[in-house]
Design a protein around this ligand. Structure first.
Ligand SMILES: Nc1ncnc2c1ncn2[C@@H]1O[C@H](COP(=O)(O)OP(=O)(O)OP(=O)(O)O)[C@@H](O)[C@H]1O
Ligand SMILES: [Mg+2]
Length: 462
């Protein structure tokens, strides 16, 4: 069963409170009872000492029990709670207070008793409870021995204790009720931020992802949870924004070539044309279709890389050989613009051949496209320990620093006005970066004083 935190904490507190109150009640009660026992014992000891004193008086005429009786009577004036029975061991009864129990009864309780023994006994006599002692006292002068039964009525203490118990229970119950109530209220109050967290979470959807938890009202314990929650929302919001941008970019990018195709077809259908003219239209449409197909496959590649679905193969690669092959492919384009392609260094690594060719090829195609005419495009390969660096530089317009960080974004072109149908869609560098990341490497770009330099760092793997 899923009990709420509030009821669990309240239950825990209540149980603890019950235990603490019970323990306190027990200790208080025990010490009060002990206190009464000590008090009773002292009262009994005092009276016994008095009796001993009376019996020890040299003037006491043992035969005259009468005068002894009177003196004891005097000593007991005002002490209704005391019961005394004094008897010489030869059987002569010297004194007996009104409710003193019969000797036969006492002998059953106090057997055997000896001189000096002082042991308190609990007795019930005529619905009253007593603390009682029975001792032997010998009168030094007469040499007579006396058996003394002395008891003190506990009813005053008992009545007090009874009231005390009732009060203790009442106060305890009230205290317990208050502890439970305040414990419950405090827990509920303390957990309120969780409720507000749940409310914020409930209100969040793809369209309304701007809501954040107000951190000011969160207690310290929930700060890191709140922070993580808000950071998660930040990440989701950013990812969602990227996704939105990406899909609107896709729509935008597809619209232009399709509009071109439509216009072309409409124009050619507007009147009769020769077979030659139709063929020309089809050829130029073909180019547009190829561009579209290339763009769609690039987007698919990026979508896969987003889902970690591109896993590079592990082949032994000689990068120098791959770069030379790429140079061969780009040579015609480069020489058209009077560009020279140069490669220095060697590097070997494990990776996916086609993917790395594509990554370096994208850099090279950009360089060939954006380098100043009649300049040199240089590729520098280096192997350093467990990593490999591929550096590609070309001379051309310096890319402003604020633009550099965006070069790797999808559909980004530094100069939007330059966008013509013969130029790319702006996916090349995004794909290069995805490939490098899939190989657990990194890519950076610098552009200073007319030289733009891309550097890829890859683990040589194996
Ligand atoms: N070597 C370079 N020199 C100057 N600018 C560059 C260079 N490489 C890339 N850029 C800038 O970065 C932008 C993005 O490059 P990217 O390769 O991603 O796209 P693209 O070349 O425009 O299109 P695609 O590669 O999809 O055909 C380019 O439009 C260009 O403005
Ligand atoms: Mg490109």
């Amino acid at each position: 069963m899923n009990t709420s935190i509030t009821s669990r904490i309240s239950l825990l507190f209540s149980t603890l409170a019950v235990l603490v109150l019970l323990a306190m009640g027990y200790v208080i009660n025990a010490s009060v009872e002990h206190h009464f026992e000590v008090q009773d014992r002292m009262a009994l000891e005092g009276k016994l000492a008095l009796l001993q004193h009376l019996l020890a008086e040299p003037s006491l005429d043992v035969a005259s029990n009468l005068s002894l009786h009177e003196r004891i009577d005097d000593a007991l004036v005002g002490h209704h709670e005391l019961v005394l029975r004094l008897e010489a061991t030869n059987g002569t009864l010297v004194f007996e207070s009104s409710h003193a129990p019969p000797n036969a009864f006492l002998e059953g309780v106090f057997e055997p008793y000896s001189e000096g023994a002082f042991q308190l006994h609990d007795l019930s006599l005529e619905h009253h409870r007593f603390r009682a002692v029975m001792v032997l006292i010998s009168a030094p002068v007469s040499g007579e021995n006396y058996r003394v039964f002395l008891a003190i009525d506990r009813s005053i203490h008992d009545t007090f204790l009874e009231n005390f118990h009732q009060q203790l229970i009442a106060v305890g119950a009230l205290g317990l009720a208050l502890i439970c109530l305040f414990g419950w209220l405090a827990t509920r109050h303390g957990l309120r931020p969780l409720t507000s967290m749940a409310q914020v979470a409930e209100g969040i959807s793809a369209q309304k992802i701007q809501a954040r938890l107000p951190m000011r009202h969160l207690p310290a314990e929930l700060h890191s949870l709140g922070n993580s929650f808000n950071e998660m929302l930040d990440r989701l919001e950013a990812a969602l924004a990227r996704l939105n941008d990406f899909s609107s970019d896709i729509a935008h990018e597809l619209r232009t070539p399709i509009t071109n195709l439509m216009t072309q077809v409409q124009v050619s259908l507007s009147r009769d044309r020769s077979a030659e003219e139709y063929r020309e239209v089809l050829y130029s449409s073909m180019e547009e279709y190829e561009r579209l197909a290339a763009m769609i496959s690039d987007m698919l590649f990026l979508a896969k890389s987003d889902n970690d679905q591109i896993v590079p193969r592990q082949e032994a690669l000689d990068l120098r050989r791959e770069v030379d092959a790429l140079f061969e492919f780009y040579e015609p384009l480069a020489s058209e613009r009077g560009l020279q392609l140069a490669c220095t260094g060697e590097a070997k690594l494990w990776g996916g051949r086609l993917m790395l060719q594509r990554a370096i090829g994208n850099l090279l195609s950009n360089a060939v496209r954006y380098a100043y005419a009649d300049s040199v495009i240089e590729v520098l390969l280096r192997q350093a320990g467990a990593s490999v660096s591929i550096e590609l530089s070309n001379q051309g317009d310096t890319i402003p620093p604020e633009t550099l960080s965006q070069l790797f974004s999808r559909f980004y072109r530094a100069d939007a006005a330059r966008h013509r149908s013969d130029e790319g869609a702006g996916l090349g560098l995004a794909i290069t970066r995805s490939i490098v990341l899939a190989h657990r490497g990194s890519i950076t770009v610098r552009s200073e004083q007319g030289v733009t330099r891309f550097e890829i760092l890859l683990p040589s793997g194996g």
